[in-house]
Design a protein around this ligand. Structure first.
Ligand SMILES: Nc1ncnc2c1ncn2[C@@H]1O[C@H](COP(=O)(O)OP(=O)(O)OP(=O)(O)O)[C@@H](O)[C@H]1O
Length: 370
């Protein structure tokens, strides 16, 4: 069950904000809507919440079609990027608000409200702030209170729109881990919007990667990272060097190095683009037994616990490599050396429109590494 979205279309005037979106998010999971600015994440979240109406399509929560229900009748809790706490109410009153405005028949008694609010404040570890006003809290504390408030009415779904977007990097990092632990405790189906792929990978079980109002890929966070379905997802999920190659004997060949093929089959000779992330390189001073490229170490910079290397390969873009300091020491690197390198992981994509290219000197051949 969980959250199901079926064939959603949404225009703003002539702008096509969501184009045929279908999604099935299982109960109890923490899912991230991830994508660049303007890709439609917030619009989709607001449609699930009932704060925005689609041109067509359906939203089902736990199997129930809620498309025609008002936001207040859907059983969703919502947290926005900007702290939407009532400034003139104490923390206690803010968290109690949703319970106090319930229709008389559903409204809990005073003692039950008190008990619920205090248990939520305990859950977000801020019991001691009950009598304070929002202005007396830090940004991170306000967002934790906003979350407690969203949970007060036992929502079946929790929707978070860039909940940590307005906070500084350190607080953000703390709150990510806090949200993850909180979710493991409460298991409410949760969807959060972010444009930060690190945040999504750290917090979410499941990623929904969006681009131009369409879904590019849905899957377990680690799987999306390891096996991106499209070059867009691959590039969006983090830094990678792109190498030009072609298919040969069912493998991707980049110069003298043979690498795994793309997921999508294509004939020999088709051009491929191979992506390698900075930490996916094997580097050695001596020529390895496996096929490898020879490159020139252009620069070596230490960044905290890591070292960033830029290595020039003939006929390819410069390769960005991240090693830890111990590896750099073991290799005795100082800069300027000639090194051997090959990826221990990579992903290849057939270049659209280039599937039919045959082996006779395609452009990739002219550009391959030595
Ligand atoms: N009420 C509106 N009227 C007109 N255009 C809108 C409206 N709301 C959103 N849009 C447009 O729809 C597109 C998708 O917006 P949306 O806020 O869903 O994107 P997003 O992926 O959440 O982006 P961001 O990360 O910047 O918040 C954008 O181009 C935006 O300008």
């Amino acid at each position: 069950m969980g959250i199901q979205v079926e064939r959603i279309q949404k225009h703003f005037g002539r702008f096509h904000a969501l184009d045929d979106i279908s999604l099935d998010l299982p109960t109890g999971q923490l899912s991230a809507l991830l994508g660049p600015s303007g890709s439609g994440k917030t619009t989709l979240l607001r449609i699930i919440a009932g704060l925005e109406h689609p041109d067509s399509g359906q939203v089902r929560l736990d199997g129930e079609d809620v498309s025609l229900r008002h936001a207040s009748q859907r059983g969703v809790g919502f947290v926005f990027q900007q702290y939407a706490l009532f400034r003139h109410m104490t923390v206690f009153e803010n968290v109690a608000f949703g319970l106090k405005v319930l229709p008389r028949r559903q409204r809990p008694r005073r003692a039950a409200v008190r008990q619920r609010v205090m248990s939520l404040l305990e859950l977000v570890q801020l019991e001691w702030t009950a009598d304070r006003y929002p202005s007396q809290l830090s940004g991170g504390q306000r967002q934790r209170i906003a979350l407690a408030r969203a949970l007060a009415t036992h929502p079946r779904v929790l929707l978070l729109d860039e909940p940590f977007g307005a906070l500084d990097a350190r607080v953000r990092a703390e709150l990510r881990q806090w949200l993850r632990r909180l979710h493991e405790e409460i298991h409410v189906s949760t969807v959060f919007v972010t444009h930060d792929q690190e945040e999504a990978l750290e917090v979410a079980d499941r990623l929904v990667v969006m681009n131009h109002g369409r879904i590019e890929q849905v899957g377990h966070a680690d799987r999306v990272y390891q096996h991106p379905a499209t070059p867009f997802v691959c590039e969006f999920m983090g830094e990678a060097t792109q190498l030009a190659g072609h298919l040969e004997g069912g493998r991707s060949r980049v110069g003298s190095v043979s690498l795994p093929p793309p997921a999508r089959a294509a004939p020999d000779g088709a051009q491929v683009r191979v992506y390698v992330r900075p930490h996916e390189w094997k580097i050695s001073r001596a020529r390895p037994a496996d096929d490898a490229w020879q490159g020139h170490l252009q620069s070596l910079d230490f960044v905290g616990p890591d070292a960033r290397l830029t290595i020039a390969l003939p006929g390819q873009p410069e390769v960005e490599v991240v090693l830890d300091r111990q590896q750099v020491a073991a290799l005795g690197l100082e800069g300027g050396e000639t090194l051997w390198l090959r990826p221990h992981a990579s992903r290849a994509f057939v270049i659209p429109g280039a599937e039919d290219v045959q082996t006779t000197a395609p452009e990739s051949r002219a550009r391959v590494a030595a």
